[in-house]
Design a protein around this ligand. Structure first.
Ligand SMILES: *Cc1c(COP(=O)(O)O)cnc(C)c1O
Length: 373
C-alpha cells in the first residue's frame, strides 16, 4: 500500500531546492572557498541518504556529522568524500575512525594525544580537524591550549591537520558583538600555525561577513531552507513541506471545551477539525493554544491559505483546529491541512511554538509518509 494512504501526514523534501541552496552558498562565497555539507542529525531531519547523494552529485568536498555512528552511516552512502565527526574522537573507538577513513574533529589536547598515539603506532599519518574554541565554551581547544598545541610539534606528530576550525555562537543575530569577537580570536590564535585550510562560518556566519568565509564554510540549517538572516527575508528556498489529514470534523457548542485538561473553552458555537498529527510526530506541544494578556495564542495550520488556529492541547497523535472563520467551503474529513508550506515556513512555525527552526526540522517525525521531489 502507498505510504500516503496509510499514514496521517505527508512530508515532502524538495531536493532540487536543497541543491539550489547549496549552489547559492557557492555563489555567496565565490570560487576560492569550499562549501561543506553539515548533515548531522539525519541531515536535520530531512534524510541522510538522499541529502548526501544530492550533495555528492554537486561535488560537495566535505561532510560534517555529530557522531561516529552518523559518519559510519554516511560511509555506507559515500565512501570517498571526507567526513568529520564534530563530537570528537570517541574513547575506545579510535581504530574505527582510522579503519573507515573517518576524520575526528580533535576538541582537546587529550583527543590530540590519542589520535597522535594511534598514528605513531600505525606508522601512518592520520588526518584530522583541529577545533579551536573562541567563545562557545562547549567543545574545542581553549586559547591557551591552542597555543600550547601549536608550540608542541611533538603532540601533533603523526597527525595531518587538514583544517583549523572554530564555531560561532551568535551569528544568527545581526548585531551580536560576539560574532566579530570570535572572528578576531580565531584570527589571533591561528597566526603562526600552518594549517592548510581554515573554516569558521556556519549558515548565518556565511551571510554576515565575507571575512568569515576563509577556505571553507559549513552550512547546515540554510541548506534545508532555514533562514540564516532572521532579521530579513529568507535568502534560501524552502525545502520541507508537511501536511496532515483531517480525521474528523466536529461541531462544538458554546461553553464546551476541547482536548486534554479542557484548556480551551468556546465562547460561541464552532466547527473544528481533528487532525492526525501530534507531539509523537514532532509537532511540539508548545503549539497548544494558551491565553495571554493580548488574547489567545496558538500555532496555526492552513487550509487553502487560510489560518486554522489550534484549539486546546496538542496531544500525542492528534491536534484540533478551529475552522469556524474559514471563508468559502470548509475542508472535510480526508482533506489535508498545511503545516509547513507556502503559507508557513519552518521559521514561522518555530516562532509560533516558541522555539527555533532547527528544533522543528530535527523533530520531524518518523510516522510521516516521506516524498522526495
Ligand atoms: C551544526 C554545526 C554547523 C552548521 O550550523 P548551521 O547553523 O546549521 O548552519 C557548523 N559547524 C558546527 C561546528 C556545527 O556544530
Amino acid at each position: 500500500m502507498q505510504d500516503k494512504l496509510s499514514k496521517a501526514g505527508v512530508l515532502t523534501i524538495d531536493l532540487g531546492a536543497m541543491a539550489d541552496n547549496y549552489r547559492q552558498f557557492q555563489k555567496v562565497v565565490g570560487a576560492d572557498c569550499a562549501v561543506a555539507g553539515v548533515v548531522k542529525a539525519d541531515a536535520y531531519g530531512t534524510g541522510l541518504k538522499p541529502v548526501v547523494e544530492t550533495l555528492t552529485k554537486l561535488d560537495c568536498p566535505q561532510f560534517f556529522v555529530a557522531t561516529l555512528d552518523e559518519a559510519i552511516q554516511l560511509r555506507a552512502i559515500n565512501d570517498k568524500t571526507p567526513v568529520a565527526v564534530l563530537g570528537g574522537l570517541y574513547h575506545g573507538a579510535e581504530k574505527e575512525y582510522q579503519a573507515r577513513g573517518i576524520w575526528p574533529v580533535l576538541n582537546s589536547p587529550e583527543d590530540i594525544q590519542r589520535w597522535g598515539q594511534l598514528a605513531r603506532e600505525m606508522n601512518q599519518a592520520l588526518p584530522a580537524i583541529l577545533h579551536i574554541d573562541t567563545g562557545m565554551n562547549r567543545l574545542g581547544l581553549s586559547a591557551g591550549e591552542s597555543k600550547m598545541v601549536m608550540q608542541s610539534p611533538d603532540l601533533l606528530e603523526g597527525i595531518s591537520v587538514q583544517i583549523l576550525m572554530s564555531h560561532f555562537a551568535s551569528a544568527d543575530s545581526q548585531t551580536h558583538p560576539q560574532t566579530q569577537a570570535q572572528a578576531d580570536a580565531f584570527a589571533e590564535i591561528m597566526t603562526g600555525f600552518a594549517a592548510p585550510k581554515k573554516s569558521l562560518a556556519n549558515s548565518s556566519g556565511t551571510y554576515r561577513n565575507s571575512d568569515y568565509h576563509y577556505d571553507m564554510v559549513r552550512p547546515g540549517y540554510a541548506l534545508y531552507g532555514g533562514n540564516p538572516t532572521p532579521e530579513t527575508d529568507n535568502p534560501v528556498k524552502p525545502v520541507v513541506s508537511l501536511s496532515a489529514r483531517i480525521l474528523q470534523i466536529r461541531d462544538v457548542g458554546k461553553g464546551e471545551t476541547i482536548g486534554y485538561s479542557a484548556t480551551h473553552e468556546f465562547d460561541d458555537d464552532a466547527v473544528c477539525a481533528t487532525v492526525g498529527l501530534g507531539y509523537a510526530d514532532g509537532f511540539l506541544r508548545s503549539g497548544s493554544s494558551r491565553k495571554t494578556d493580548s488574547g489567545p495564542e496558538a500555532a496555526t495550520l492552513f487550509w487553502q491559505g487560510q489560518p486554522c488556529p489550534i484549539v486546546g492541547r496538542v496531544s500525542m497523535d492528534l491536534v484540533s483546529v478551529d475552522l469556524t472563520n474559514i471563508n468559502g467551503p470548509r475542508p472535510v474529513a480526508g482533506d489535508s491541512l498545511e503545516i509547513l508550506g507556502p503559507h508557513q515556513g519552518v521559521d514561522d512555525l518555530a516562532e509560533a511554538m516558541g522555539t527555533i527552526g532547527y528544533e522543528i526540522l530535527t523533530s520531524l517525525g518518523a510516522r510521516y509518509a516521506r516524498e522526495y521531489v
